[in-house]
Design a protein around this ligand. Structure first.
Ligand SMILES: [Zn+2]
Length: 378
């Protein structure tokens, strides 16, 4: 498999980023200590307002809820992300079937909803918090700026990766290549970046070698998409877990347990749909599933361990989490709109059937709508 090396590299980068984000959170927590120790700071920016609520503040009851939340969310995440993968065994859900396109559209809708309804507003909230000094933060829309840069960066990675891959191939193979990588390979994949290749459909069938090559390029793309997506989603998952783990307010944690279970179930289905398409072997698939399933419980555990020092209204935590959220919002928007939705809807499969297109639109709205409902909680 020629994509072995880049795949390993990307997985490595992913791991590194997760580690970096968690260590940043720890660093933020460590620096948050002085603020947490000074009670008036809470009153000023209202961070402690929710936690200060009379009968709601109870450390042992909060701890019990969190200990229930960890296995429950772990289970929900695992079920969510495995559900699309398990669908492999259902004959109607074969990658070249119509139902698969609908499942994928739903998954893309969930990713889109996560970016627009969860991650972006979170970042705005963090970076415009009254706990931050007005000077730089209130005077410039940092969230939008960072999200924009992240979207462009994602495009860059996406396009450069494609260039290097096809250049490596072109030097090896005969240059019989007029951007024909849109023509469908024998079986392998449903989705391809049909963008700008619609005319290919009317062209006479390309040589089968070209088709196999096109399939390979698309597969590599799908794999990069999954890894970058997981990275974008994981940030949000860690942060919501961290917030819950650090909270001592029983009244906010109780509804949050159920909400986060659904949250992870849904998000897992979104990610699972994309993992399915990357056609990984069992081992890589289980690594991706494991990563996604453990991030929120890990965030809760981290928040629990740091309850005394971590405060999500400390300026450092707000800036770090706000900027991370902004970057993953940009990444998720680009991925959902360009790599997932546009690629599918402009691709030959959906362009060939208005009925299927409408059903897929409905699936997108369902996924994005479900995610939007959950934005009320986390
Ligand atoms: Zn969320």
């Amino acid at each position: 498999m020629p994509s072995q090396t880049p795949r390993v590299a990307v997985v490595f980068v992913l791991t590194l980023l997760v580690l970096a984000s968690s260590s940043l959170a720890v660093a933020a927590a460590a620096q948050a200590e002085p603020e947490a120790a000074a009670p008036p700071a809470h009153g000023v920016c209202g961070g402690g307002g929710a936690d200060a609520g009379g009968g709601c503040h109870s450390v042992p009851r909060a701890l019990r809820l969190k200990l229930i939340a960890i296995p429950a969310i772990l289970l929900a995440s695992t079920v969510g992300v495995s559900l699309p993968l398990a669908s492999r065994s259902v004959p109607a859900l074969r990658p070249d079937g119509d139902l698969f396109a609908v499942v994928k559209a739903f998954a893309s809708g969930v990713i889109l909803g996560t970016g627009y309804m969860h991650v972006l507003p979170d970042s705005f909230n963090d970076l415009t918090s009254p706990c931050l000094p007005r000077r730089p933060w209130a005077e410039f829309p940092f969230t939008a700026f960072v999200a924009m840069l992240a979207a462009v960066l994602t495009l860059m990675v996406d396009s450069l990766m494609l260039t290097f891959h096809s250049r490596g191939k072109a030097s090896a193979a005969v240059a019989h290549h007029h951007g024909r990588h849109g023509s469908p390979p024998p079986q392998e994949l449903v989705n391809r970046h049909g963008y700008g290749h619609l005319d290919d459909m009317s062209e006479p069938a390309a040589s089968s070698e070209d088709d196999v090559e096109a399939g390979r390029t698309q597969l590599l793309r799908n794999r990069v998409i999954v890894q970058v997506l997981e990275m974008g989603i994981v940030v949000h998952s860690v942060v919501i877990g961290l917030g819950m783990g650090a909270s001592q307010n029983v009244c906010t944690i109780r509804p949050l347990v159920a909400a986060l279970c659904f949250h992870q179930l849904f998000e897992g289905m979104g990610l699972g749909g994309c993992i399915l398409q990357a056609e990984y072997g069992a081992r890589t698939r289980s690594v991706l599933v494991f990563f996604f399933s453990t991030t929120t419980p890990l965030g809760i555990a981290l928040g629990l361990a740091l309850t005394r020092v971590y405060s999500d209204s400390s300026p450092t935590a707000l800036v770090v989490v706000g900027l991370l959220n902004a970057a993953s919002a940009g990444l998720l928007h680009y991925m959902a709109l360009v790599d997932l939705l546009a690629a599918d809807f402009m691709g030959p499969r959906l362009q060939g059937s208005v009925r299927l297109q409408l059903v897929c639109f409905l699936a997108v709205l369902l996924g994005a709508g479900g995610m939007s409902v959950m934005a009320k909680w986390a």
